[in-house]
Design a protein. Structure first.
Lengths: 301, 417
C-alpha cells in the first residue's frame, strides 16, 4: 500500500470527509444544503463516508424555488428516504406569500431569490453552519472564497475581509446570529465530480443523461419547454438530443446538445468540451461579469 | 487512467511585472484548460480597457469586481487544471509587498512553489522574500522560473548567472529541492512545449516538471499521527455497542493489531478495526480519513491523539514557534487568544517575543509587538497540553492558527520549532 500513489479522488474525498467532521464537531447546529443535483448527491455520499455507521449529525435542507425539474425533486426525496435522514424543505412560495420576495413577473428566474428563503430558514432553525456543494472551479467569485466562509448577521459575504485559511486548520468560531457556509468540495472540478459519480456508481436524475427534449432558442441559449417556458411568437419549438450539465431553475437552466447516455460518455464529453459549466447552462450568471459575486454578497450560497 | 492521477498543489510567487499571471494563463491555455467562453470574456475586457487586440492572458486570474476595476489582485485565488497524469491546484497570490500573509496562506498547503524572476532583473529583494516564505512554510519543492528569456536574447549565460546567485542564496535557507528553468511565458517557450529558442536547456519544460516531480514523500510516512476528530456512537440496535474514533491519518500508517498510545493521557491500547464505508481495511496510511475501533474501553474525546509508541511526539504546555501575524490589528498582549492545533482548541499566552525577521534582508530585529505581515520567533504557553511535532518534521502536527477571542478572527499562523 505504501508503494501506491494516493489518487486525486482519494485525496479529495479524504479532505471533504475531514471538513464535514470538523463541522459536526465544532458547530452547534449545522445543516447540509441538498438540492438533488449531482454535486449535492456527491455530498451525500461523502457524508455517508464521514459518519456511517451513525446517522448524519445534521438535517438535509432544500430551498425549493418551485421551478425545479420534477426528476430532480423525485431524486431528492428518494435519496433522503433511502438514507433515512431528515429532509427539511422550505419553498420560495412561502417567502412570496409573506411578501419577503416580490417578483416582477410570475415566471421570472428565481435563483437569485433563494438567498431570502435561505436566510429565513437559517433564522427559523437557528443554523450556525450550512454545508453547501459549491466548487471553486464553477465561477471566479467562488475561486476566491474560503472553504469555511464567514457570513455576518445579514448573511453577507465580504470578499475583502475573509478569514485567512491555512493548512487544513479551520476556524469555525462565530458569534450568535452569525453563520458559516462550508464548502467541502471546494477543490473538486466538474470532471472530478463525474469521475467520482462513476467510481461510486451514484444514482443521479435521468435528465443528466442525453434524452430527446422540446426546446426553444432564446438569448443565445437553448431553453427547455415546460409549463414555465412556452414559446413566444416567432419562436419555434424544436426536438433535440440534450443533457443538462447543471440542474437549477427551469426558466434559466439550459441543456447542452449531447449524445452521452451514460457516465463514461459524459466524462468523455466533459474532457473535450470547450465551454465552462455555468457559461453553457446558466443564463442568470451571464447578465454581468460580477453576477455571482453580487449574489453572494447578498447572502447567496 | 484518470483514476490513478495524483494531486499536486503549487503556488506561483512573483509580481505582475514578472509575468506571473501570464505564466498561469499560459499553463492553462496551452494545456487546453481555458474554455471558449472564458477566452471571449477576457477578450471583451481587453478590448474595453483599450488593449492592442492580443488577448491578455493575465486577465484570466482576475476574480472580483474590485480587482477588475482596479486591475489588481487582492487575495488568494485557487485555479484548477488537469493533464492525463495529474490534477493541479494553483494557489494564486499577488506579489505586492503588503501581501506576505496571502503567500503564507497559499504556501501552507503547497507541494511546490514556482518563484518567478525577470531575466533582465535577476534575483531581487522580493525573490529572496518569496523564497524565505516558501522555505519557512516547508514547501518541499522549489522551482526558480527565469522568465522573459525572450527579452535577453535567450542567453544561456544570463540564465546561468541568475541560477548560480539564487542557488547560493537558497542553500543558506535550507531549501529542500531546487530546480532552475528558463522560460518565456509570453511566447510559451519551455512552459508546456519546449519551443525552439532554448535548445541549450537540457531539462524538461515546466509542465513536465510539474507532472513528474516526486511527491509521495511530501507527507511524513514514518510517524503515525491520528488526531481524534469525532467520536462515533450510533447507539442503534444494529450498532449498539459500537464506539469508533473518527479522524484523518495525518502521517504514517496503521494496521489492526498495532499498539497505540493515546495522548496526552499516555494510556495504551491496540487498534481492533479500521472501519470505512467501503468495508474494513487491513492497512491505511496518510492522508486517509477513517474510523478506528480499539480493543479496550478507554475514555477518549476529540482533541486526543493516537500515536505509535516507537516514534512519539512531544506533549507540552510551552513551546517555541515561528509566527506570521495575519491580522490588521496588531498583537495586543492584554487580549485573550486561542490556539487551534490539530483538533484541539486551547487558550494561549505569548510568553516571549524573541525577534522579528525583516523578510527583505532576513535580519533579526528586536520587537515588542507584531504587526500584519510580521514574521517572528516567539515562545508560547497554553492552558492545556498540546501533542506536537516540529513543523520541519511534520507539517500537520507542527502547525497551528491563533484566533482572537473577541473578534473570532484568525490572526496568526504558527509553525512549531
Amino acid at each position: 500500500m505504501s508503494d501506491q500513489h494516493v489518487t486525486h479522488l482519494d485525496a479529495l474525498e479524504s479532505e471533504s470527509i475531514h471538513i464535514m467532521r470538523e463541522v459536526a464537531a465544532e458547530c452547534k447546529n449545522p445543516a447540509l444544503l441538498f438540492s438533488g443535483g449531482k454535486d449535492s448527491i456527491v455530498m451525500l455520499r461523502l457524508a455517508e463516508k464521514a459518519f456511517r455507521p451513525a446517522r448524519f449529525p445534521f438535517p438535509l435542507v432544500h430551498i425549493d424555488t418551485e421551478h425545479n425539474f420534477p426528476e430532480v425533486i423525485a431524486c431528492r426525496d428518494k435519496l433522503a428516504s433511502d438514507l433515512g435522514e431528515r429532509l427539511i424543505v422550505r419553498s420560495l412560495d412561502d417567502s412570496i406569500r409573506k411578501g419577503t420576495i416580490v417578483l416582477k413577473n410570475a415566471d421570472q428566474g428565481r435563483n437569485a431569490f433563494q438567498s431570502v428563503t435561505l436566510l429565513e430558514t437559517i433564522a427559523e432553525f437557528g443554523f450556525d453552519a450550512c454545508i453547501g456543494g459549491a466548487r471553486r472551479d464553477e465561477e471566479k467569485a467562488r475561486a476566491k472564497e474560503r472553504i469555511f466562509s464567514f457570513r455576518d448577521e445579514f448573511g453577507q459575504w465580504d470578499p475583502k475581509n475573509q478569514r485567512p485559511e491555512l493548512w487544513d486548520i479551520y476556524n469555525t468560531r462565530v458569534h450568535p446570529g452569525e453563520n458559516i457556509r462550508v464548502f467541502p468540495i471546494s477543490n473538486w472540478t466538474e470532471m472530478d465530480i463525474w469521475e467520482y459519480i462513476a467510481r461510486e456508481k451514484l444514482h443521479i436524475p435521468e435528465i443528466y443523461y442525453a434524452h430527446e427534449r422540446e426546446v426553444i432558442r432564446r438569448d443565445n441559449g437553448i431553453l427547455p419547454v415546460s409549463h414555465l417556458v412556452q414559446p413566444k411568437s416567432g419562436e419555434k419549438v424544436e426536438k433535440m438530443m440534450v443533457r443538462f450539465r447543471t440542474v437549477g431553475d427551469m426558466t434559466c437552466t439550459c441543456p447542452v446538445e449531447s449524445h452521452a447516455r451514460n457516465v463514461q460518455e459524459i466524462i468523455e464529453e466533459t474532457a473535450i468540451t470547450r465551454i465552462t459549466e455555468r457559461g453553457a447552462t446558466r443564463m442568470d450568471d451571464q447578465t454581468s461579469e460580477a453576477s455571482m459575486e453580487l449574489r453572494k454578497k447578498e447572502g447567496y450560497f | 487512467m484518470s483514476h490513478t492521477k495524483q494531486l499536486l498543489r503549487f503556488i506561483t510567487a512573483g509580481s505582475v511585472d514578472d509575468g506571473k499571471s501570464t505564466l498561469i494563463g499560459r499553463l492553462l491555455h496551452d494545456s487546453k484548460s481555458i474554455f471558449e467562453d472564458q477566452l471571449s470574456a477576457i477578450a471583451r475586457t481587453s478590448e474595453r480597457r483599450g488593449g492592442t487586440g492580443a488577448v491578455d492572458l493575465s486577465l484570466l486570474t482576475d476574480g472580483l469586481q474590485a480587482e477588475r476595476e482596479q486591475g489588481i489582485t487582492i487575495d488568494v485565488a485557487y485555479r484548477y487544471f488537469a493533464t492525463p497524469r495529474r490534477k493541479f491546484i494553483i494557489g494564486d497570490t499577488p506579489g505586492h509587498e503588503q501581501y506576505t500573509r496571502n503567500m503564507v496562506t497559499a504556501a501552507s498547503t503547497a507541494n511546490l512553489a514556482i518563484i518567478l524572476v525577470d531575466a533582465r532583473k535577476g534575483v531581487l529583494t522580493q525573490t529572496r522574500r518569496h523564497t524565505f516564505i516558501a522555505t519557512l512554510l516547508g514547501v518541499p519543492h522549489i522551482v526558480l522560473a527565469v522568465n522573459k528569456m525572450d527579452m535577453v536574447g535567450y542567453a544561456q549565460e544570463t540564465f546561468e548567472a541568475i541560477c548560480a546567485e539564487y542557488r547560493a542564496f537558497a542553500a543558506q535557507l535550507g531549501a529542500h529541492e531546487l530546480t532552475c528553468i528558463p522560460i518565456s511565458a509570453l511566447n510559451g517557450d519551455m512552459v508546456v512545449e519546449r519551443g525552439e529558442n532554448l535548445a541549450w536547456y537540457q531539462g524538461n519544460p515546466l509542465l513536465e516538471l510539474l507532472e513528474n516531480v516526486m511527491i509521495d514523500h511530501d507527507i511524513n510516512t514514518t510517524d503515525f499521527r491520528y488526531p481524534v476528530q469525532w467520536v462515533c456512537r450510533p447507539m442503534t440496535s444494529e450498532h449498539h455497542d459500537f464506539r469508533g474514533y473518527m479522524g484523518r491519518i495525518e502521517s504514517g500508517e496503521i494496521a489492526p493489531g498495532d499498539e497505540i498510545v493515546i495522548l496526552p493521557s499516555g494510556r495504551t491500547s491496540r487498534v481492533k478495526e479500521i472501519v470505512t464505508y467501503d468495508g474494513n481495511l487491513q492497512h491505511a496510511g496518510a492522508p486517509k480519513s477513517v474510523t478506528l475501533t480499539l480493543t479496550d474501553e478507554i475514555d477518549i474525546s476529540r482533541g486526543d491523539m493516537f500515536v505509535k509508541p516507537a516514534r512519539m511526539p512531544r506533549v507540552a504546555k510551552e513551546f517555541e514557534a515561528m509566527l506570521c501575524w495575519l491580522s490588521e490589528a496588531p498583537l495586543d498582549l492584554n487580549r485573550k487568544y486561542f490556539i487551534k492545533h490539530t483538533t484541539r482548541v486551547v487558550k494561549c499566552l505569548f510568553a516571549r517575543l524573541d525577534y522579528r525577521v525583516d523578510v527583505n534582508t532576513l535580519e533579526q530585529q528586536d520587537t515588542v509587538t507584531l504587526q500584519m505581515n510580521d514574521i517572528a520567533r516567539v515562545a508560547m504557553k497554553v492552558q492545556q497540553p498540546l501533542v506536537l511535532d516540529s513543523y520541519g518534521n511534520n507539517r500537520s502536527t507542527g502547525s497551528f492558527i491563533v484566533i482572537d477571542e473577541a473578534t473570532n478572527n484568525t490572526v496568526a499562523a504558527g509553525m512549531m520549532v
